[in-house]
Design a protein. Structure first.
Length: 119
């Protein structure tokens, strides 16, 4: 198992930047997990934002964040990051990180961090 704690959310103006971090801890080595960032806006379903494999050599992004967001990880620090640039009001949501030991199945979730982008 892994426990995940997100940080770095907040209020930012449109066009601004934020960097989210997700720290992992637990009995299973963090590097075994593929990691992802997801988000859920009020009244909407949760959606995938970006994912990264265990080594950081493969990433995937939702079309709506391509070119603006970057996912990365530092396994020595047990942390995955989401750098968010050129933020838009529609990026407002609770952002969650999640870990997966089985392809595409994200079983372990953090508590979420609120990101609010004002126009």
């Amino acid at each position: 198992q892994v426990q995940l704690v997100e940080s770095g959310g907040g209020l930012v103006q449109a066009g601004g930047s934020l960097r989210l971090a997700c720290a992992g801890s637990g009995r299973t080595s963090f590097e075994y997990y593929a990691m992802g960032w997801f988000r859920q806006a009020p009244g909407k379903e949760r959606e995938s934002v970006a994912t990264i494999n265990w080594s950081g050599t493969s990433t995937n992004y939702a079309d709506f964040v391509k070119g603006r967001f970057t996912i990365s990880r530092d396994n020595a620090k047990n942390t995955v990051y989401l750098q968010m640039n050129s933020l838009k009001p529609e990026d407002t949501a609770v952002y969650y990180c999640a870990g997966s030991l089985a392809y595409g199945v994200y079983k372990y979730w953090g508590q979420g961090t609120q990101v609010t982008v004002s126009s």
